[in-house]
Ligand binder design. Sequence first.
Ligand code: FES
Ligand code: FES
Length: 189
Amino acid sequence: MIPSAQAGPESRPATDAEPDGSTPLRLQVNGRYREVVVAPATPLLTVLRNDLGLNGPKYGCGLGECGACTVLIDGIAARACVIPAGGVTGRSITTLEGLGSSDAPHPVQQAFIDAQAAQCGYCLNGMIMATVALLARCPRPTDTQARDALAHNLCRCGTHIEILRAVQRAAELTARATADAGRLTESPE
Ligand code: FES
Ligand code: FES
């Protein structure tokens, strides 16, 4: 996404640190620059959920093992629970909220709806974000490639079959959306 503000200093000088170690940090989240005052070692997930009110990414294990907290950093799926907020200033962070909305879901979100790929839904943030990252590098994944890409995202409810169907549906919808966008940008004769 395109940032809504001009690029500026990534964070204020360290001399602005509070006595408890909190420091103003400027993060680019879902195309907007957001400033928070936190200790730089604070997990990105904590900042997203507690400071920015972005509850798409979920807290599962807190150890980088379950994938519930997945976000995209410069388009790559990453585990926000083990990434210090101070380490991602100047990077583009995308959360589930940055993909689409209830009224206009992202093709991957629509695919998960179509495939009814949820029971409790707790894992879905990670499954969807990992699928977005997968399709960006591999637009038509085989079932094996989809399984490999999601192998480290845990679903305790056992909706794996539906999730794999959702990945294939997401590939179809993404290809269709890309083709539609291409037609719209074609200049008339
Ligand atoms: S909560 Fe981050 S990987 Fe489990
Ligand atoms: S749907 Fe419940 S953890 Fe996956």
